[in-house]
Design a binder for this molecule. Structure first.
Ligand SMILES: Cc1cc2nc3c(=O)[nH]c(=O)nc-3n(C[C@H](O)[C@H](O)[C@H](O)COP(=O)(O)O)c2cc1C
Ligand code: SF4
Length: 471
């Protein structure tokens, strides 16, 4: 097999890699000059031929998406999704901080291809550093003639605007993003119409992820067949994988699509921390579900993850859990996140995520019943756009951790319900409290030192005499 040459990250180690000077000294903006000297349709055709699939989560073919724009459109908008709110995902942030000009070059070529003369970068609110770096990079690019009017004498105009979100996960969903960009509450729209037909300001709009557009200059520079020579069938090209959680080294690493979780842990993240073993891993952001310890050799690509029942590759953000992690804690944390982030438009999502959170909180607090697992599974099976009960995929993301955990770790969940312990898992302060009849009150685990030494709150009594949830 040919040696893999990283391209997306090739400038990251250089001093001042975020500046135009360094980017141009490395051949930057040459792909854009080449693209703008050709015609938009041929760029779309090349990207389509490369079979580049979106890196934002759904893996939709990028070139194909661009062909959905109406032929007779007068105006097109490009929205670049830099919301990056999926827990444990951080590759977009590093791209924007380390090499903003490669990203801007990707936007420039993609806007030329789709005939968009206005692009909005929708940036996660917390990414203040990326915001400042991008602000400066856009100014540099405009001053150097890479943006503005009649770029490279091609007759093509482009302005790029930065738009900061306000900290809502749902604004990463493409139509929630568009609503938010328009100054409204970030409520996803019912589709169709899809953004390509009616998007920002009701005009044809392309929404693409930061990393997706980062691939475009390299496809133009090296060709579609080069891109397809990397990766595995149906999942081509380089990919930025992030690894975090219980590993020795948290990393963002560029590799061909199709590496395994085990490779990422052992070869790039320094192994599982503290000499422990992996209990499982989240393959691509928490929405994607869970791989068990014996599924860590499944390739992390757009197709293979369906085998072990995961939702997909998602953001390729791997979170590793060591063998002392409680699956109940994992479910509690994921459910709390989705219940908080549901926008509330669809009843099954608004109510379902809240019920799931309340149920796992009750289980975690020692008041679980074995039949709760079947109720949770039933709810998870009926929540989301896949079963057809919601507007957007947030609900599917909320359901998948439960589906996978109940299928793969049912024994542990049942043991926990019976004994308030996850076999082999660290004993949390909360579990000690339960064992001693003392509750933290709200179901959260407190550090040992924070425990009230003698007071037994009334809620502890309720814990020992659990009541069913109200219907
Ligand atoms: C709840 C939810 C959150 C999402 N968050 C993001 C996000 O932060 N970044 C992103 O690129 N895509 C996110 N997506 C996917 C987008 O809706 C959309 O598919 C993507 O931006 C398209 O870009 P791509 O084709 O280049 O992947 C999210 C989807 C859902 C349902
Ligand atoms: S599925 Fe949930 S997050 Fe998505 S639109 Fe419906 S209520 Fe909002």
């Amino acid at each position: 097999m040919a040696t893999f040459e990283p391209v997306l990250t090739r400038n990251w180690g250089l001093p001042d890699s975020h500046t135009l000077r360094v980017y141009e000294s490395r051949g930057g903006y040459q792909a854009a000059r080449k693209a703008l000297a050709s015609d938009p349709d041929s760029i779309v055709a090349t990207v389509k031929e490369s079979e580049l699939r979106g890196r934002g989560g759904a893996g939709f073919p990028t070139g194909l998406k661009w062909t959905f724009l109406p032929k007779d459109r007068k105006e097109t908008f490009m929205c670049i999704n830099g919301d990056e709110s999926e827990p444990a995902t951080f590759n977009n942030r590093i791209i924007m901080e380390k090499d903003p000009h490669m990203f801007l070059e990707g936007i420039l070529i993609s806007c030329f291809a789709t005939k968009a003369s206005v692009a909005y970068i929708y940036l996660r609110f917390e990414y203040i550093n990326a915001y400042r770096i991008l602000e400066r990079a856009i100014a540099e690019a405009r001053a150097a003639g890479h943006l503005g009017k009649n770029i490279y004498g091609s007759g093509f105009d482009l302005e790029i605007y930065l738009h900061r979100g306000a900290g809502a996960y749902i604004c990463g969903e493409e139509t929630g993003l568009i609503e938010s960009l328009e100054g409204k509450r970030g409520w996803p729209r019912i589709k169709p119409p899809f953004p390509a037909i009616e998007g920002a300001f009701r005009k044809p709009t392309v929404v693409n992820n930061v990393e997706t557009l980062l691939c475009v200059p390299h496809i133009i520079e090296r060709g579609a067949s080069w891109f397809k020579s990397i990766g595995v069938p149906k999942s081509y090209g380089p990919k930025l994988y992030t690894v975090s959680g219980h590993v020795n080294k948290q990393v963002c690493v560029e590799l061909p699509l199709g590496v395994t979780t085990r490779q990422l842990i052992d070869e790039h993240a320094g192994g599982v921390w503290k000499g422990r073993k992996a209990k499982g891993a989240v393959p691509g952001g928490i929405s994607m579900g869970l791989l068990s310890a014996d599924e860590l050799d499944v390739p992390l690509d757009f197709e293979s993850l369906r085998g072990p029942g995961c939702l997909g590759l998602g953001t390729a953000a791997v979170t590793v859990m060591d063998d002392q992690t409680s699956i109940v804690d994992y479910l509690y944390n994921t459910a709390r996140f989705f219940a908080h982030e549901s926008c509330g438009q669809c009843t099954p999502c608004r109510e379902g995520t809240g019920w799931m959170y309340k149920m796992i909180k009750r289980i975690r607090s020692g008041g679980g019943r074995i039949e709760d697992l079947d109720i949770l599974k039933n709810m998870a099976d009926n929540l989301g756009i896949i079963p057809g009960t919601t507007i957007c995929g947030l609900a599917d993301g909320a359901a998948w951790p439960f589906k996978n955990a109940i299928a793969k770790y049912r024994g542990e969940l049942e043991d926990y319900i019976r004994t308030h312990q996850s076999p082999g898992a660290r004993v949390t302060a909360l579990q000690e409290n339960i064992a001693h009849g003392i509750s933290a009150g709200d179901g959260t685990s407190l550090p040992r030192a924070d425990l009230p030494p003698t007071v037994i709150p009334a809620s502890a009594v309720a814990l020992r005499n659990p009541r069913p949830e109200p219907a």
